[in-house]
Design a protein around this ligand. Structure first.
Ligand code: NIG
Ligand code: FE
Length: 385
């Protein structure tokens, strides 16, 4: 077995509070990490690093856990630049444009979708992401949803069945719900770890509380973990439903009532914030400070999709979280790494300690603060070890 020491780390963020400065980021200066067979075997001061078969010197740069992008819709064809331009001229987003992506995605063959997906994976890895969750949701037929999930499963273990994204045009609501909870779920479950639903009574295209509950319970019966798109367009039942059913994460949380924050604080559902959506839909940002004050676990993710957030950049999301949502650089980095891992219920990602996966990102900067301090500058990359 070949071991490698990554040395010359000016600032190392481990997310292990038992090392370093005692903060939740677990920061060490002048550090080294030893990896073997894709796992971390040692973390500590450079001066005490054990010998290894190979050595990578990062020249005083910063090393952080690779970003965990716990919410992305990466299997799709076409784009919706015109819809974005119209929104920037004052149109509102209501989910209606999803149908255009469904048409383009259904028309694309497997190899076309595979190539588009591969290019997006290259793009996000180049920006420091090492774990990505990928949803279906642009197929909306049994064959197409199953196809999108098979393609997603070729590139990640974190696959999510989102047949309950919207009711496809021309299809009866209750018939579609029966399809999602029956034959579509049966066809998709073998390639999915999670089930998700767009619970948004404010959208005529999405699902109300009872419909969302039916979808989630069917998914749970099929052995899938639960996730929810909730409270994106207006206050509503999504957050409380997610907590009630023990979902791993409720995502968006743009419009929260006090009772939603109380529910999150009393449960173990992560609140995943997606500020790329607020940026691209000109919406108010979620109240991250209220969530943090209440002790809620907060994650940050891109929601990369052609409608509401066509970015694969976790550094951009971190910068938005700091500038627009009042998170400190440390809180935002934690949420984009350890927070994402919690949202996916993973303890082998988002942290650099012995036993965890050797998922390292390097920042061409003297500290993690530069992620938000130098927005738009390509500082982050993954470190192949
Ligand atoms: O997470 N809100 C629902 N789904 C996506 C948007 C999908 C789209 O507009 O294509 C989201 O924002
Ligand atoms: Fe989404």
């Amino acid at each position: 077995m070949i071991s490698r020491v990554v040395d010359g780390i000016g600032e190392l963020v481990t997310n292990d509070p038992t090392v370093g400065d005692g903060s939740s980021l677990g920061v060490l200066h002048g550090a080294a990490v030893v990896v073997e067979s894709g796992r971390i075997v040692w973390v500590g001061p450079s001066s005490a690093a054990p010998s290894a078969d190979g050595r990578i010197d990062v020249g005083g740069r910063t090393v952080v856990p690779g970003f965990v992008d716990s919410h992305a819709h990466l299997v799709f064809a076409g784009d919706r630049a015109d819809e974005f331009a119209a929104r920037m001229a004052g149109e509102r987003y209501d989910g209606g444009g999803i149908s255009a992506t469904v048409v383009a995605t259904r028309a694309a063959d497997d190899d076309t979708l595979r190539a588009l997906l591969a290019a997006r994976i290259v793009e996000l890895r180049r920006q420091g992401t090492t774990t990505v969750e990928i949803k279906s949701g642009y197929g909306l037929s049994v064959a197409d949803e199953a196809r999108l999930l098979r393609l997603a499963a070729e590139v990640t273990d974190e696959t999510t069945f989102l047949g309950a994204h919207v009711v496809p045009s021309g299809v009866d609501r209750s018939e579609y719900l029966e399809l999602v909870c029956g034959p579509m779920l049966a066809a998709c479950a073998p390639s999915a770890r999670w089930i998700d639903v767009f619970c948004e009574p404010a959208s005529p295209h999405a699902f109300d509380e009872d419909e969302a509950r039916a979808v989630l319970l069917a998914g749970r019966d099929a052995g899938l973990g639960l996730r929810v798109h909730g409270n994106q367009l207006a206050a509503g039942p999504g957050v409380r439903l997610a907590v009630e059913l023990g979902a791993a994460s409720v995502d968006h949380c743009t419009y929260l009532a006090a009772a939603d924050i109380d529910a999150l604080a009393g449960g173990d559902t992560v609140a995943t914030l997606l500020p790329g959506v607020e940026f691209s839909t000109r919406s108010p940002y979620p109240d991250a400070r209220a969530l943090l004050r209440a002790g809620v676990t907060v994650a940050l993710a891109t929601d990369c999709n052609p409608g509401t957030s066509y970015t694969s950049s976790m550094p951009f999301i971190v910068a938005l979280a700091v500038r627009e949502m009042g998170m400190t650089p440390a809180e935002a980095l934690w949420a984009a790494t350890a927070g994402g891992a919690r949202a996916l219920r993973r303890d082998d990602a988002g942290v650099l300690r012995p036993g965890a996966r050797a998922d390292l990102a390097v920042l061409d900067a003297p500290s993690h603060v530069h992620l938000a301090y130098r927005p738009g500058v390509p500082l982050a990359s993954t470190l192949g070890v």
